[in-house]
Design a protein around this ligand. Sequence first.
Ligand SMILES: [Zn+2]
Ligand SMILES: [Zn+2]
Length: 240
Amino acid sequence: MHGILEAIIEPLGSLFFPAHCGGCGRSVSEHELLCRTCDSGLERIRPPRCDVCSQPYSGTTPAFTCPNCHGDQFSFDCAVAVVRSRGVVREMVHRLKYGREMWLARAMASWMYNGLSDPRLRGWTADALVPVPLHPRKLREREFNQSELLANELSRLCKIPVIAPLARVRDTGTQTRLDRNHRRQNLRDAFVLRKNADVADTNLLLVDDVLTTGSTLDACAAVLMRSGACSVRALTAARG
Ligand SMILES: [Zn+2]
Ligand SMILES: [Zn+2]
């Protein structure tokens, strides 16, 4: 009986989590998410980088705030990003979002799990993970929210619960062609606190796939802080 069950469950298991490298598709051993070549190609973000937005910086000063963050208060304390959005990483983010390869969330969440030991998040405990919500129209098109998927995978690893106190009430469209100030303007009022959501006196970790300018995370953090959160920090898999 045991043998039969195993025979049925095992092939199903490998359907959901194929033992293939998330980057190049090469066969990998069961517990590996990326092959050695793809993994060694990841550009991990290490100091020196901006303390606030994780922008890498070539210099020798360990503590540093980049010109973008200097004097320009974000509503989050800091946004930790784990790897640069280049090469395999950029492709994986794209395949997850637009190619519906949801299994890739597992590899990305494992990077984020490592990101939790960043000095900016150590010694600070999040009460909950908060995914960036999609506008309902976009959610209908895409059928899933990649931030939610990442938050759920990360939660499985770190055991911090996921909550969804935010709603996106404005579809801001694609923002890639807008400059920083226009993005910010465009995002104002895009997010609201859901009815009956209560984030008072909580420490919250916003979760998203990629950090570009930080304006989306900032708009979310602003709503959470206005709603009484103690502190908001952010964690993304990649940094544009
Ligand atoms: Zn590979
Ligand atoms: Zn910065």
